[in-house]
Design a protein around this ligand. Structure first.
Ligand code: S3P
Length: 416
């Protein structure tokens, strides 16, 4: 069963979250087209409304009316969305009011002290439940700080930059490796006093934000990734993903697949609001194993499961270095990859913080598989099914809607 044709992946989840959330601090009105239809971004829009923002749907567009920082105290359900919760922690820390942030069972297992601790050093009043949600915030006066992060995390970086916008003096955030910079780009476009810091990283000062009148969200390259890898590993396949975001902090999978010899071409077609274009991939019978270095991981952090599937079909041992962050995503993704791809016949193992995958290995479905309620594991297993020529039985496969509601429909349309 090959996959052939073209697909428009949904609007980028990270950019959609940021447009929605930043409207809480900004003045003006923004017409957003191609806003992500996913469940996570619905959690963000619901949070924005509860906190006093105004969101309107006009046909295909989402219209955001800036709340100019005048927020109302509220209890917010962030659903499954770590981005909603972590960015809100930084955004709310400096606003007058009392706020509670909670989420589903998966989100309640995820660490929040990595955000709460540096915020508290800025004077924030944040409390967690043993380091996890629910999180409560009493808005307080903040002081700018210099933060040197132990992990490269765009969510953590963004939370601190958002707090810095409201803090006295200057806030500097330095990461061990670069992560996606959607926050820095959008805040710059909204008129924030933000710039690269002399010492590396970013610095921000208190600023007034103005929404751009319109914003077109590019397609989500993390959603496109599943179709692209499906094409590369399945004989006879050729897929083009259209209108996809090509932010350098998001295209690590593309570089790594090209290094593995994949037939994959990228054509940039525009740069507003970020680089975007089309990405085409075709079946590549002779994929080669590779070593993925620690500094590459943040650039493909959400693509590790689907890259692991690609590596099962490559000649040699692929190593992904320092992937510990994967343990604290929507599921323990390392455990999920090792058990589920292992049950399909892949040869893969973990050693310390590294993941090893030896290929090529024929995959053969037997029995039932588990998504662990994690959208990226569910979609990886669906692509494994394409490779095996049969639909796998996967528990909670519908959780794909957390990031890609039309995933199964789009995949079916590509199937020959
Ligand atoms: C995101 C950042 C990443 C990523 C998540 C979305 C963002 O998390 O895994 O899906 O929008 O900032 P970390 O930066 O915390 O690794």
């Amino acid at each position: 069963m090959s996959i052939k044709g073209s697909v428009n992946p949904p609007g980028d989840k990270s950019i959609s979250h940021r447009a929605g959330l930043f409207s809480l601090l900004a003045t003006g009105t923004c017409r957003v087209s191609n806003f992500s239809p996913c469940a996570d971004c619905a959690s963000t829009l619901e949070a924005v409304s509860r906190l006093g923002g105004r969101v309107e749907r006009q046909g295909e567009e989402v219209v955001l009316h800036g709340a100019a920082g005048k927020l109302v105290s509220a209890a917010v359900d962030c659903g499954n969305s770590g981005t909603t919760m972590r960015l809100l922690m930084g955004l709310l820390a400096g606003r007058p009011g009392s706020f509670t942030l909670d989420g589903d069972a998966s989100l309640r297992r995820r660490p929040m002290s990595r955000v709460a601790d540096p915020l508290m050093r800025m004077g924030a009043q944040v409390s967690t439940t043993d380091g996890r949600p629910p999180v409560t915030i009493e808005g307080a006066a903040l002081n700018g700080q210099r933060h040197e992060l132990a992990v490269a995390s765009a969510q953590l970086k963004s939370a601190l930059l958002l707090a810095g916008l409201q803090a006295q003096g200057e806030t500097v955030v330095i990461e061990p490796h670069l992560s996606r910079d959607h926050t820095e780009r959008l805040l710059t476009a909204m008129g924030a006093d933000i710039a690269p810091a002399d010492e590396g990283g970013w610095r921000v000062r208190p600023s007034a934000l103005v929404l751009p009148p319109s914003l077109r969200v590019p397609g989500d390259v993390s959603a496109a990734a599943f179709m692209l890898v499906g094409a590369i590993i399945t004989p006879g396949s050729e897929v083009t993903t259209l209108g996809v975001g090509l932010n350098p902090g998001r295209v690590g999978l593309i570089s790594v697949l090209q290094r593995m010899g994949a037939k994959l071409t990228v054509t940039e077609e525009g740069r507003d609001p970020e680089p975007w274009g089309k990405v085409s991939a075709a079946y590549t019978p002779e994929l080669k194993a590779t070593e993925v270095l620690p500094q590459e991981i943040p650039l493909l952090v959400d693509e590790v499961p689907i890259l692991a599937l690609a590596a099962t079909q490559a000649q040699g041992v692929t190593v992904m270095r320092s992937i510990n962050e994967l343990r604290i995503k929507e599921s323990d993704r390392i455990a999920a990859i090792v058990t589920q791809l292992g049950a399909l016949g892949a040869r893969l193992w973990e050693e310390g913080e590294d993941l090893f995958i030896e290929g090529p290995a024929p995959l053969k479905p037997q029995g039932r598989y588990d998504s662990y309620g994690d959208h990226r594991i569910a979609m990886t297993l669906a692509i494994a099914g394409v490779l095996c020529g049969q639909t796998l039985e996967v528990a909670d496969a519908a959780c794909a809607g957390v990031s890609y509601p039309d995933f199964y429909r789009d995949l079916e349309a590509l199937q020959q």
